[in-house]
Design a protein around this ligand. Structure first.
Ligand code: ATP
Length: 247
């Protein structure tokens, strides 16, 4: 297995007396797809936001390519494509203008930008909507545009918060194909999801967190074996995350 591209060490975030993420250790190597699973409020979004340098860890570190996600944010962002759960776009920019804007922020020249934009508009079926204001897009179209923006500069790491949320079955199928292709090309991928069957189909490893703590991490087969009855990832998830109030 190659050296990890993403490395979390004792990553912790506290909000006052609430510990959202508690001492998380996790690594993702190039070519690896890791699913971040956990019940509502487990700390998934907080973790991803620390990786994006949007939140400062209370304790511990998150590093991408050896660079600190918070103090070296500008450098790490060149390596990363990020898909937020609910993308929000500037009110008066079309999808095409956003592709140009984000491409120029990443320093893509006109030829490479044009080529990448054409490729992803076609692949993600954005069609003629690309010339409409992105703020008027449907939820699924926003997600597809945000995915195109995340992929535009050929990142080495993809961080995806609930990537399939809002996508129709066609777009979901394309998303899963694109992620598998990206991983095969050596991109490291970390994504959060509540869709356990999708995680099971797509990921090489899963990390399950509950109340901010890592409760299990490993290949899906290993996690299945940890479930009391050795069944599905869903059964493993319930066995590993159940609290008294939920059982
Ligand atoms: P979901 O699956 O519902 O999206 P999640 O796993 O992404 O949940 P987080 O959004 O990371 O969970 O929240 C983790 C914990 O941190 C929750 O208890 C949440 O209430 C708390 N939290 C998150 N953001 C803040 C904030 N800005 N201030 C205070 N507490 C917060």
């Amino acid at each position: 297995m190659p050296e990890p591209l993403l490395h979390l060490s004792d990553l912790t975030k506290r909000y006052g007396t609430t510990t959202a993420v508690a001492g998380l250790d996790l690594a993702v190597a190039p070519g690896e797809i890791v699913a971040l699973l956990g019940p509502n409020g487990a700390g998934k979004t907080t973790t991803l936001r620390m990786l994006m340098g949007q939140l400062q860890p209370t304790q511990g570190t998150a590093k991408i390519g050896g660079l600190d996600c918070f103090s070296e944010r500008a450098e790490t962002m060149r390596l990363v494509g990020y898909l937020p759960d609910e993308p929000v776009f500037h009110e008066y920019l079309t999808g095409r203008e956003l592709l140009r804007f984000v491409g120029s922020l990443h320093g893509l020249d006109a030829a490479r930008l044009g080529e990448a934009a054409t490729q992803w508009v076609a692949r993600l079926n954005l069609g003629e909507a690309i010339d409409d204001y992105a703020s008027n897009y449907s939820k699924g179209m926003k997600k597809k545009l945000a995915l195109a923006l995340a992929l535009l500069h050929r990142p080495r790491l993809l961080i995806l918060d609930e990537p399939a949320n809002g996508l129709d079955p066609y777009a979901t199928r394309t998303l899963l194909e694109v992620l598998a292709e990206q991983a095969a090309a050596g991109v490291a991928i970390l994504f959060s999801t509540h869709l356990l069957d999708q995680a099971e189909r797509l990921c090489h490893r899963a990390a399950i967190i509950a109340q901010g703590r890592l409760v299990a991490a490993g290949a899906v087969d290993e996690l299945r074996r940890q479930a009391a009855d050795g069944g599905s990832l869903e059964q493993a998830f319930f066995a590993l995350t159940a609290t008294e109030s939920e059982t």
